[in-house]
Design a protein around this ligand. Structure first.
Ligand code: XLS
Ligand code: MG
Ligand code: MG
Length: 387
C-alpha cells in the first residue's frame, strides 16, 4: 500500500485559523485551547505541509501596539525559517470586529469603508513581509439581511473602487500580489454579494486591472448552496482564473461546516482532484476547514493529516482512472466525433446554409444510450477499491 504521506512538493497549506480553530459555535463556547502560531508552524511542517496562511489578526491582535506587533511577527518569522514553512497567501479579517457588522468595503458608512482600506493595506504590508504572493478577499460581511437600505448598486461600485485602490497600492509598493476573490452565498450575512464563482468572474472583468485578479473557490461554499463544486472550478479554470483553491467538505443546505476534505462528498471530491491534476493546476491547495468541535488537539492533527491523505489518495485514484482500459473504453464510447459536422459547425455563411439544409435523424439521436450508468459504476468500483 502506498503511504500517501505528503511532502512540501504537494503544495498543501492550512490557515492559522483552520488548525487553530478552538471549536466555538453560535451555541457553545470553545472546546480547545488556542495554539500559538510558532507551534502551529512546527506541527504543520512535521506533517509535510508546504505553508501556512493567515488573516492579519490570526497573528497580530487587532489592538496590538507597534512593539507587540514586531515581537510577534519576528517570533513567527523565526519559526517559519526554523521549520522551512512558507506563507503563500494572506488575507484581512474584515468580519470579526463590530465595526464591520454591516459590511467593510460595502458598508453604507464611508468611515467604515475607509477603515477597511487602511486595515487591508496594513495587512498587505504584513503579508508581503512574510513572503505572501497571493492576497485573498473573502467578503464575510459584504452582504445584507435587509435590502430596504437601497445599497445594492452602490455596494458593487464601492467594492470595485476598493479593489482598484488596493491593486494600485500593491503596485505602488512593488508587492505585485495576485488577488483572489472568494465567493460564498451566505453566512455570516443572510445574503453575501457575489455568491458564486461565475459572479466573481463577471465582476473581475469590470476592474481596472482584471489581469491581477483571480477567483478562490471553496468546496463548502458552493455545496452549501446546492451547487456542484467541480463545475464551478471548471469554469474558473476555463477563464484562466484559478489562482488559489479552498478545499474542505460540507453537507448540502446546512450551516457552514468546514469539514475535513473528502469527509462527505467523496465522488465530487474525486472529480475535483481529477480536474486539478489533469489540468496541471500549479497553485496552492489550501485546506480551509477545521477539526470537529468534539475533538481535542490530537483530533486537530488527525484532521490535518486526513485532509492531505485523502487528496493524495484521490490523486492516485485519478491516475488509475486515466490508466484503466475499461474506463477509457467507456469514455471513448461516450464521445461521438464527426469530422464533417464538426467542420460545418465552424461559422461561415456557406457552412450556415449547408447546416440549415442538412437532414438529421432525430429519432436515432434520441435513442442512443451513452453508457453513463456503466461508466459511473466503474468509477464507484474504482473509488471503493474494487478495481
Ligand atoms: C469563510 C471563508 C474564510 C476565508 C478566509 O467561510 O472560507 O475562511 O477563506 O477569510
Ligand atoms: Mg469558508
Ligand atoms: Mg475560504
Amino acid at each position: 500500500m502506498p503511504e500517501f504521506t505528503p511532502t512540501p512538493a504537494d503544495h498543501f497549506t492550512f490557515g492559522l485559523w483552520t488548525v487553530g480553530n478552538v471549536g466555538r459555535d453560535p451555541f457553545g463556547e470553545p472546546t480547545r485551547k488556542p495554539l500559538g502560531a510558532p507551534y502551529i508552524v512546527q506541527k504543520l511542517a512535521e506533517l509535510g505541509a508546504y505553508g501556512v496562511n493567515l488573516h492579519d489578526n490570526d497573528l497580530v491582535p487587532i489592538d496590538a501596539g507597534a512593539a507587540e506587533r514586531d515581537r510577534i511577527v519576528s517570533e513567527f518569522k523565526a519559526a517559519l525559517s526554523d521549520h522551512g514553512l512558507k506563507v503563500p497567501m494572506a488575507t484581512t479579517n474584515l468580519f470579526t470586529d463590530p465595526a464591520f457588522k454591516d459590511g467593510a468595503f460595502t458598508s453604507a458608512d464611508a468611515r467604515v469603508r475607509a477603515y477597511a482600506l487602511q486595515k487591508t493595506m496594513l495587512s498587505m504590508d504584513l503579508g508581503h513581509e512574510l513572503g505572501a504572493e497571493v492576497y485573498d478577499f473573502w467578503g464575510g460581511r459584504e452582504g445584507t439581511e435587509v435590502d430596504a437600505g437601497g445599497k445594492l448598486l452602490d455596494s458593487l461600485a464601492w467594492f470595485r473602487d476598493s479593489l482598484n485602490f488596493l491593486a494600485e497600492y500593491s503596485a505602488s509598493q512593488n508587492y505585485n500580489y495576485k488577488f483572489v476573490l472568494e465567493p460564498k452565498p451566505n453566512e455570516p450575512r443572510g445574503d453575501i454579494f457575489f455568491p458564486t464563482a461565475g459572479s466573481m468572474l463577471g465582476f473581475i472583468a469590470t476592474l481596472d486591472k482584471p489581469e491581477q485578479f483571480g477567483v478562490n473557490p471553496e468546496f463548502a461554499h458552493d455545496t452549501m448552496a446546492g451547487l456542484n463544486f467541480a463545475h464551478a472550478v471548471a469554469q474558473v479554470i476555463d477563464a484562466g482564473k484559478l489562482f488559489h483553491i479552498d478545499l474542505n467538505d460540507q453537507k448540502m443546505g446546512r450551516f457552514d461546516q468546514d469539514l475535513r476534505f473528502g469527509a462527505e462528498n467523496i465522488k465530487t471530491a474525486f472529480m475535483l482532484v481529477k480536474l486539478l491534476e489533469d489540468t496541471g493546476y500549479g497553485g496552492m491547495k489550501h485546506f480551509d476547514a477545521h477539526a470537529l468541535r468534539t475533538e481535542d488537539e490530537a483530533g486537530v492533527w488527525a484532521f490535518a493529516k486526513g485532509c492531505m491523505r485523502t487528496y493524495l489518495m484521490l490523486k492516485e485514484k485519478a491516475r488509475q482512472f486515466n490508466e484503466d482500459s475499461e474506463i477509457q473504453a467507456a469514455l471513448k464510447a461516450y464521445t461521438v466525433n464527426d469530422a464533417e459536422l464538426e467542420a460545418l459547425s465552424k461559422f461561415s455563411p456557406e457552412n450556415a446554409q449547408v447546416l440549415k439544409a442538412r437532414s438529421f435523424d432525430r429519432a436515432m439521436l434520441g435513442t442512443r444510450g451513452p453508457g453513463l450508468e456503466h461508466l459511473d459504476q466503474l468509477t464507484i468500483d474504482l473509488l471503493l477499491g474494487m478495481r
